[in-house]
Design a protein around this ligand. Structure first.
Ligand SMILES: NC(=O)c1ccc[n+]([C@@H]2O[C@H](COP(=O)([O-])OP(=O)(O)OC[C@H]3O[C@@H](n4cnc5c(N)ncnc54)[C@H](O)[C@@H]3O)[C@@H](O)[C@H]2O)c1
Length: 271
């Protein structure tokens, strides 16, 4: 039986991933700060699919909790076939507006949480080969104004993943990075935003998305197994990334116009 550790698996995309892998017969470690929801999901998956699914409490920012998780997985499974660093948080606000502690929080969870996951589980994966899938975002490839903390955290996850993809190839560890645009989850519930408009816009984009967490989970399963590095789930938004690579000036002008529009809206509101 194949075994996977998924962080942030108590809700949203992590939950969809846990369900998809369990359905495919994998044993799943549901790791999250949300104990009640995580426990319930692990029990549900174990009884529905008869695989060894269990919950482990994990705050991805805590080095000692990552060590505990590593010890628990080593004792229970002896090894692991895949790690998905999915846990994440959202923030928005201009650079001189978003409090530095919220910038730091975004980096601590979204970037350092992933770094710590890779640090602790790479030695286990090196012994047998397997998969590391890091959940970044389209925000890691194209960077809209007013979201510097989130953009920086996700761009760094893309850079980390690219580095590890080459670094770990000779250990038979396949590294993928997932870069979705908006889809419906609970991400905005704990979002830290300097203006309520930021949360409203994110909620609207999530509601209007035709891509679901289940669609993405299924694509992650097949694309990572096929050895794809970039896992891209949203066709329309992918075009902006293509624009950035092939027509960088046009892309930058588009971003500047977006920034101007946002600035105008904000000044109108505060007038
Ligand atoms: N929903 C979107 O539109 C969207 C778009 C692009 C990327 N993403 C990324 O997808 C990933 C999953 O988010 P989601 O949209 O499913 O949101 P979600 O809020 O539904 O799920 C996030 C999960 O992460 C957990 N989590 C948060 N902080 C944690 C911590 N410190 N330690 C452990 N667990 C923690 C939460 O408890 C929750 O279960 C995130 O990395 C997010 O940035 C989401």
């Amino acid at each position: 039986m194949k075994k996977i550790v998924i962080t942030g698996a108590a809700s949203g995309l992590g939950e969809a991933l846990a369900k998809h892998y369990a359905k495919q017969g994998w044993a799943v470690c549901v790791a999250d700060i949300q104990e009640e929801a995580g426990q319930a999901l692990a029990q549900q998956l174990a009884s529905a699919h008869g695989t060894d699914c269990f919950f482990h409490s994990l705050d991805v920012t805590s080095e000692s909790q990552w060590q505990d998780l590593y010890n628990a997985v080593a004792a229970r499974w002896k090894g692991v076939d895949a790690l998905i660093n999915n846990a994440g948080v959202a923030s928005s606000g201009d650079i001189d507006d978003l409090p530095l502690k919220d910038f730091q929080w975004t980096i601590d969870v979204n970037l350092m949480g992933v770094v710590k996951g890779c640090y602790f589980f790479t030695p286990m994966l090196k012994k047998q080969g397997g998969y590391i899938i890091n959940v970044a975002s389209m925000a890691g490839l194209i960077h809209v104004p007013g979201m510097s903390a989130y953009n920086v955290s996700k761009a760094a996850v893309v850079a980390l993943s690219e580095t590890l993809c080459a670094e770990l190839e000779s250990y038979n560890i396949k590294v993928s990075v997932l870069c979705p645009a908006f889809f419906q989850t609970n991400l905005t519930k704990n979002m830290r935003a300097t203006h309520s408009a930021g949360i409203k816009v994110a909620n609207r984009l999530m509601e209007n998305s035709s891509v679901t967490a289940d669609d993405i989970a299924a694509q992650v399963f097949t694309d990572s197994a096929a050895g794809k590095f970039h896992i891209l789930t949203h066709k329309r938004e992918n075009m902006f990334w293509r624009l950035k690579r092939f027509l960088p000036k046009a892309y930058m002008n588009l971003m500047k116009k977006t920034g101007e529009k946002m600035h105008k809206k904000m000044t109108e509101k505060s007038a």
